[in-house]
Design a binder for this molecule. Structure first.
Ligand code: SF4
Length: 136
């Protein structure tokens, strides 16, 4: 029921970002339960990893094994470069379904980071300042 209400809320993105930032221990915020927010935070941190060397190697067609921690940011980077689901899956040895699920996770984490950036911009000098740096 709470998730349903959040799904139509106009401030869901900001609500979620603030809950993630504050480490809210209970309840549903922005449509996310506590374990879902923890997973989102983990994904957001993963996305800030520098995987440019790995991405370059894959773009050159090298067959390399991508470390598990780098999978999400590499997948995100390749998707942003226009790689198809099948091509990403082949490079990372993932099924198309896994690629689609990971893309959705990366999108949610990116949205959360964007909301935090916006919170930083709109509330300079408040507790939110530097929030994105704390996550990255
Ligand atoms: S918890 Fe947040 S997203 Fe959900 S309805 Fe309340 S303000 Fe909106």
């Amino acid at each position: 029921m709470a998730k349903q209400i959040c799904s139509t809320c106009g401030v869901a993105a900001a609500c979620l970002a603030i809950a993630v930032l504050n480490g809210e221990p209970d309840g549903i915020w922005g449509g996310y339960t506590t374990p879902e927010r923890q997973a989102l935070l983990w994904d957001a941190r993963c996305l800030s990893r520098d995987v440019s060397d790995t991405v370059r190697q894959l773009e050159r067609g090298q067959r390399i094994r991508v470390r598990p921690l780098d999978c999400l940011p590499v997948l995100h980077a390749l998707s942003q470069r226009g790689w198809s689901t099948e091509r990403v899956g082949e490079a990372l040895r993932l099924s198309p379904q896994s690629v689609l699920r990971a893309r959705e996770r990366a999108r949610a984490a990116t949205d959360c980071l964007t909301a935090l950036h916006n919170a930083d911009r709109t509330a300079p000098g408040t507790a939110n300042t530097g929030a994105v740096k704390a996550l990255e």
